[in-house]
Write a protein that binds this ligand. Structure first.
Ligand code: F1X
Length: 331
């Protein structure tokens, strides 16, 4: 069972262009997709496709078509306030896989809405006893940047393991909080890793060792495990035992939307079945690559995966011991 929390869900509208996007020009679309979106929602959808039970907590009215559509896809939703209009996020894809995304802000929340959302998350976690709670995506306007840190600390004190995929201020606030609010797992992309560690995202995608070295600085202080996705360069995994890099199979990219969510989901699914760290990373990368090969925000199913073609290698970035003989991030 994986419990996902998406405080700022979206309807993902994807416009598929037959050619290259030109700023200022009029285009005619090949097709248009409308899909339920938001990072936690995408993870719940991938769980269902893999046959793993999931519950998705999100601010939405119980009678909303969004909930009905997710129910039809097999995702059980625990609705929470506020129930303002669901935001619509726009994706434009080009035939070569170039993906342009414009995300809107979402409905504003007040203090009591957030308290109610937190209560629903904690109640859901207490009733379904998930193997993982995933807190994912941006926070809606009006939410304090440290909302994830607050809910993370509450989940931790109730004995839950939680993973986080977020960006900008909520990520900064979470990493700064540390202590009981430190997540068991974070899944930054190259840009988020760079913003958290002061590095260069272009360098991280070109040099996975550099990405892993930066990620290692967060392990043990800001997070238990870092799974950093690096686009076409695959992903690196750094935990208390070591560091690994995995490259994806050759992939014809259709839409990169949700590839990071799929990677995180793949990692968690492999973790639940007791896989080793390199296997967890391989599954994450297979899921991310499969998602990138699918249109719009379409989560992969197990039949889309080419896990055997993922190449994993151990990185020796953690092998230089401190004088006491333990890697510095474990001190
Ligand atoms: O604005 P956020 O919350 O950061 O991201 C939202 C979003 O881009 O994330 C998913 C892909 O990861 C999409 O389904 C959705 O539109």
């Amino acid at each position: 069972m994986i419990l996902t929390v998406t405080p700022n869900p979206s309807i993902d509208r994807t416009v598929v262009l037959p050619g290259t996007l030109t700023r200022g020009a009029v285009h005619r679309a090949d097709s248009v997709l409308f899909q339920p979106g938001g990072k936690g929602v995408n993870i719940s959808r991938a769980c269902v496709a893999a046959g793993v039970p999931t519950v998705a907590v999100l601010p939405v009215a119980a009678g909303d078509a969004f909930v009905a559509e997710l129910a039809q896809l097999g995702v059980e939703v625990r609705p929470a306030p506020p129930t303002g209009p669901m935001r619509i996020n726009l994706t434009i894809t080009e035939p070569d896989g170039t993906t342009t995304k414009i995300n809107t802000a979402g409905a504003s929340v007040g203090r009591s809405d957030l308290a109610h959302l937190a209560e629903i998350v904690l109640d859901a976690a207490a009733s379904v006893r998930p193997r993982w709670v995933v807190l994912a995506g941006s926070l809606p306007p009006g939410a304090p940047a440290d909302w994830y840190a607050q809910i993370g600390a509450a989940l931790r004190s109730d004995g839950h393991r939680f993973a986080i995929d977020t960006s900008e201020e909520p990520l900064t606030a979470l990493l700064a909080a540390g202590g009981p609010a430190a997540p068991d797992l974070i899944k930054p992309n190259a840009e988020e890793l760079a913003s958290a560690t002061g590095g260069d995202p272009v360098l991280f995608e070109a040099d996975p060792e550099a990405a892993a070295t930066a990620a290692a600085r967060l392990v043990g202080t800001s997070a238990g495990i870092v799974l950093a996705t690096l686009g076409a360069a695959g992903a690196v995994l750094v935990d208390g035992e070591g560091a690994w890099h995995a490259t994806p199979p050759p992939t014809t990219v259709v839409s990169t939307v949700g590839a990071g969510d799929a990677s995180l989901c793949g990692y968690l699914l492999a973790d639940i079945r007791g896989a080793s760290a390199p296997e967890r990373l391989a599954t994450a990368v297979a899921y991310g690559a499969a998602a990138a090969g699918l249109p719009g925000t379409t989560p992969p199913t197990p039949t889309d995966l080419r896990t055997a073609e993922v190449r994993v290698r151990q990185l020796d970035i953690l092998s230089s011991p401190t004088p006491e003989g333990t890697p510095s991030w474990q001190n």
